[in-house]
Design a protein around this ligand. Structure first.
Ligand code: SF4
Ligand code: SF4
Ligand code: FES
Length: 341
């Protein structure tokens, strides 16, 4: 099907923000024409009856239709009791996030697809239909005390701050608290198995913890509550962030570096892994276990034997400290990275 709304250079420039990502509603709606039917399947949940089920709707496509427009049509015409949240309608308030076809999106920003399954965000309790309870996130953010506690008085007003000093904190300030990243994070999906705070609370913390004016002792107190080294750097959070915040590279990695500096015992595993890769040019699981757990590793002897039998660890290579050809380059890169932090 050809599009009547194909983006041109001039209308791309006219639609700021979207034009930056070359990802306009026009481009994404090109598979539909006004009057086509959009097949919408919504996961509905009734807490009173503790029942959830998908419900199908057929929504007539209208020009520039977003997921939110489709939800509004359903609520106005087919299911007046449908619960969903939105406020600004323009990617500002972060309240309208849902999962569409398995991907976290802002309903007010995402173009409809010809067939859509719409579900609530993951990793938060569902109150009704597409509305989730944000309390766990808000409590976590509050516990991290994301504000600045100064140790010195203002030198002058306005206070001189360079772009370089604020480069990471200022990225975090773009966050609209939509919780898309929190829903996409596989470690948060593990529930109480880890004490990981999650990407959205870390971004909130980054706004002040990465600000050079903050009291390092206060930052240390907050970082101790984050379980930050449980983050596996999978980048799922970054993939879905509608504000295009480089969550891993500009927030979580700098916060990990700060944690390693202020609370080295929290970074024990990470620092040991880095040292092993720098020295041997490879991940050596048995050397890592020995470094992190010390003699306690013998308490877990049956597990170590299982790993040995399955060929997951090689004790000869570990004890002979055998290196790979990559060891020199790995050592150079990791030392350079450490020096630039
Ligand atoms: S990179 Fe870390 S915070 Fe982001 S989704 Fe993966 S585990 Fe979660
Ligand atoms: S970091 Fe991005 S995805 Fe996460 S809450 Fe903020 S704006 Fe949403
Ligand atoms: S309604 Fe405000 S961000 Fe979507």
């Amino acid at each position: 099907m050809t599009s009547a709304y194909a983006p041109t250079q001039s209308n791309l420039v006219g639609r700021l923000g979207q034009a930056e990502e070359h990802d306009t509603l026009a481009a994404r709606n090109s598979r539909l024409a006004p009057g086509d039917i959009v097949a919408v399947k919504i996961l509905r949940f009734d807490r009173a009856e503790d029942r959830s089920a998908y419900q199908d709707f057929r929504v007539p496509y209208q020009k520039w239709m977003r997921v939110l427009d489709a939800l509004n049509w359903v609520a106005e015409n087919e299911a007046t009791d449908l619960a969903y949240r939105w406020f600004c309608g323009s990617k500002m308030c972060g309240t309208c996030a849902v999962r569409m076809n398995g991907r976290e999106v802002l309903a007010c920003w995402e173009a409809v697809e010809p067939e859509m399954t719409i579900e609530p965000l993951r990793n938060l309790p569902v109150i009704r239909d597409l509305v989730v309870d944000r309390t766990p996130y808000e409590n976590k953010v509050a516990s991290l005390e994301p504000w600045i506690e100064r140790t010195d008085i203002y030198q002058s007003f306005p206070e001189p701050l360079t772009h370089k000093q604020m480069k990471d904190a200022s990225k975090a300030l773009d966050c609209i608290s939509c919780m898309c990243c929190y829903s996409a994070c596989p470690v948060i999906g593990l529930g109480d198995l880890t004490n990981f705070a999650g990407p959205a609370p870390l971004v909130q913390l980054g706004q002040t913890a990465l600000d050079p004016r903050n009291n390092p002792m206060k930052v240390k107190r907050a970082l101790a509550l984050t379980g930050i080294f449980n983050c596996i750097s999978c980048y799922k959070c970054e993939e879905v962030c509608p504000a295009s915040i480089p969550i891993v590279s500009r927030i979580i990695e700098p916060l990990k570096a700060k944690t390693a500096q202020l609370i080295p015992e929290m970074a024990k595993h990470s620092l040991a892994l880095r040292a092993i890769v720098a020295a041997r040019g490879r991940v050596d699981p048995s050397a890592l276990m020995l470094r992190v757990q010390g003699l306690k590793v013998f308490v877990k002897l049956p597990r170590a034997i299982r790993l040995l039998v399955r060929g997951k660890i090689d004790l000869i290579k570990t004890f002979l400290k055998i290196k790979t050809e990559a060891s020199e380059a790995a050592g150079r890169i990791l030392r350079r990275r450490a020096a630039t932090k």
